[in-house]
Design a protein around this ligand. Sequence first.
Ligand SMILES: Nc1nc2c(c(=O)[nH]1)N(C=O)[C@@H](CNc1ccc(C(=O)N[C@@H](CCC(=O)O)C(=O)O)cc1)CN2
Ligand SMILES: Nc1ncnc2c1ncn2[C@@H]1O[C@H](COP(=O)(O)OP(=O)(O)OP(=O)(O)O)[C@@H](O)[C@H]1O
Length: 187
Amino acid sequence: MTSGERNRKTTLRTRLRAARRSAVMPAMAAEVLIAVAAFGVSAGQAVCAYVAAPSEPGSVEMLDALRDRGLRVLLPVVVGSSLDWAAYDGELRPGAFGLHEPVGPLLGAAAVGSAALVLVPALAVDHSGVRLGKGGGYYDRALTLSTGPLVALVRDEEFVPSLPAEPHDVRMDAVLTPGSGLVRLPL
Ligand SMILES: Nc1nc2c(c(=O)[nH]1)N(C=O)[C@@H](CNc1ccc(C(=O)N[C@@H](CCC(=O)O)C(=O)O)cc1)CN2
Ligand SMILES: Nc1ncnc2c1ncn2[C@@H]1O[C@H](COP(=O)(O)OP(=O)(O)OP(=O)(O)O)[C@@H](O)[C@H]1O
């Protein structure tokens, strides 16, 4: 049963990645501020975000919009098989997987637990909150240490009724898309 779910995930990832190659990615700068307001996050609090690749929803403008709200923006840094975190100060440098990462000191894996909101990259999310990521398991492992609401950012067509799920998959509390804004999960 689990190997069936794994195969279905792999097939879906291939299809979703291919669809993204010919799509325009939303910057999500206005959308993340909707999530900040909806979850009552205020200036001075920490928010975990991510540096979007060209193939992902999100942007540097999204990170700057959060920082301009007075939020402390924490960004992931891949360290071996784990995610560490560092504060975004407006500067980024090339890191693992062709992604950009923050230049500040590493805060430790547990820093995700200090965030009042966690914005999570995803290839797709379903109505029950199941998230499909790129398959590294980085976020599933990291989010076991988080306490704030988890919000996945996807394109409208990537918010789907149902996805294959495995026991380790951490459920999202909401999904954010350009067309629907913030949708709390499970539906
Ligand atoms: N923007 C962003 N940052 C993130 C993640 C993510 O999904 N998106 N991660 C989520 O866990 C972690 C890194 N994990 C990743 C796992 C796989 C790939 C990946 O397959 N990337 C390319 C291949 C790039 C290369 O190797 O040159 C790809 O998408 O094809 C990227 C990141 C932490 N930071
Ligand atoms: N909490 C965990 N502890 C140990 N291993 C885990 C945990 N969560 C996931 N994994 C492992 O990570 C691998 C990838 O998991 P999965 O396919 O769910 O990744 P993903 O959620 O798509 O990726 P990502 O989180 O990096 O975006 C699996 O082999 C799984 O066993």
